[in-house]
Design a protein around this ligand. Structure first.
Ligand code: F0G
Length: 460
């Protein structure tokens, strides 16, 4: 077929959710009521919700048909058999353990393999992964390549792990204190950046010298695989399905939040080739999640997941998915925003520190931009900066800002059309034209941990 430049949504819309057009006055009222915390704005007051790509996508007709097929037997359901067969075929792991979402798989994995004082290396730990490592008394260490920390660097695989740093860590800390090494594909906290096959292979080579198993945090396995196809010349003619299987073949197991590339609203997986570990994990699963053939989910959820994991491998879908993120990222740049380069798979990250350089980090430039985008156009996004990661210095009692002040615009899967994205860009341009008038905020009330979810703010 002749190649055209326009990448279209490779689906039609059969069922829709209305969104409410609100006035700026209504949004200002909602902001005041929510004490300037976007997590506290009711969803019906949001026009375009880019808070997260997790569990917010649209399911296909086949997935809804899977929901009807769901077998709700407590033990041995046919839904589990279908999910187990799909996951074994797609990922190549022997033991497939369903969980209600990604962090449940993480908790079970780290409770089983970690002891106090252990060290877990990763390119960059996602916050729930880090919290689950630390809750075992272990240390989560990030070893992403230096390019991965430089927002404007256009390295094609900014999620890669620094192999030399990994070797040094193993040498200095001792392999007996490193039960596993993780790689997060794609690297969410680093801007949704991919990890190359070559890097996965090199990490595995280093680990093999010391007998340390590799695990993948594989929430966005299909997006990572498609980046490999596009950017690693050797894979340009390889099917995404085969790339996924090869990525997984270097690992002993993985955790997956199916709320991302599983294309479902709830669900997760813990997979491993280690039979004795799987037995321990299933015992723990029974204690908190449920019997190993449903793991805290309904049978119907398992069917939706097994259909979703197959559908996400469709290369027309992946081409559209990455094109949508690229379009948003490139156009934000062209209207004057600084963003993490190159555009990631599931989200665009605005560098709020340089975009709003008149607002100091302790007045939360990322959050100020998020508030202005909501006020101006009903768009919800998520600050990943000092509100989320600021720390109080124990000696001086003063707040230490985060390393970066980012604003994430995450794209739910198969949910927004091209005109929604164009609308986001128009609002973003309007906000930027008035950027000198945007004011910072101060916190007037906050909990001890994870303050971004519930803190209250005041405009300065
Ligand atoms: N690992 C990564 C890389 C993630 O991005 C997430 C979730 C998890 C693990 C945990 O999965 O939410 O199913 O328990 N990320 C979401 C986000 C919340 O908005 O980026 P979960």
């Amino acid at each position: 077929m002749k190649k055209f430049r326009t990448v279209i949504e490779p689906f039609i819309i059969k069922s829709v959710d209305p969104i409410k057009m609100t006035s700026e006055k209504e949004r200002v009222n909602a902001l005041e009521k929510a004490r300037y915390n976007l997590f506290k704005i009711p969803a019906h007051m949001i026009l375009i919700d880019l808070l997260t790509d997790s569990g917010t996508g649209a399911m296909s007709s086949e997935q809804w048909a899977g929901i009807m097929r769901g077998d709700e037997s407590y033990a041995g359901s046919a839904s589990f058999e279908r999910l187990e067969k799909t996951a074994q075929e797609l990922f190549g792991f022997k033991n497939i353990i369903p969980t209600h979402q990604g962090r449940a798989a993480e908790r079970i994995l780290f409770s089983t393999i970690c002891k106090e004082g252990d060290i877990i290396p990763n390119n960059t730990h996602f916050d729930t992964t880090r919290a689950n490592v630390e809750s075992q008394g272990a240390l989560a260490i990030d070893l992403v390549i230096p390019e991965g920390l430089d927002p404007s660097n256009t390295h094609p695989f900014k999620g890669n792990m620094d192999i030399i740093k990994l070797e040094e860590l193993i040498k200095n800390k001792g392999k007996e204190n490193i039960p596993i090494c993780l790689l997060t594909i794609t690297n969410n906290s680093g801007g949704g950046q991919p990890v190359s096959m070559e890097n996965i292979r090199s990490v595995r080579k280093v680990l093999d010298l010391h007998g340390i198993p590799l695990y993948l945090d594989a929430c966005r396995f299909a997006e990572n695989a498609y980046f490999i196809k596009l950017r690693e010349p050797k894979y340009k003619d390889t099917d995404v399905k085969d790339i996924v299987l090869e990525m997984m073949s270097y690992a002993e197991g993985c955790t997956i939040s199916a709320k991302k590339d599983g294309l479902v609203n709830i669900g997760g997986l813990l997979c491993t080739n280690n039979d004795s570990l799987a037995k321990k994990e299933k015992d723990l699963l029974i204690l908190t999640e449920g019997y190993p053939t449903y793991g805290g989910l309904a049978g119907r959820d398992l069917d939706a997941m097994s259909v979703g994991m197959k559908e996400v491998m469709d290369e027309d879908y992946l081409q559209y998915r990455l094109a949508q993120a690229k379009y948003l990222g490139e156009h934000l740049m062209s209207i004057g925003y600084d963003t993490i380069q190159p555009p990631g798979g599931h989200a665009i990250y605005i560098d709020a520190k340089s975009t709003l350089d008149h607002i100091p980090p302790l007045e939360f430039p990322g959050h100020a931009l998020a508030i202005e985008l909501y006020k101006t156009g009903g768009i919800r996004s998520c600050e990943i900066g000092t509100v989320m990661f600021g720390k109080i210095d124990k000696v001086t009692g003063k707040e230490i800002p985060a390393k970066m002040e980012l604003l994430r615009l995450a794209l739910p899967r198969r949910t927004h059309t091209q005109s929604h994205i164009d609308y986001v860009l128009e609002v973003a341009k309007d906000v930027l034209d008035r950027k000198k008038n945007i004011k910072g905020l101060r916190i007037i009330d906050q909990p001890k941990t994870l303050r971004h979810f519930t803190a209250s703010f005041q405009l300065l």
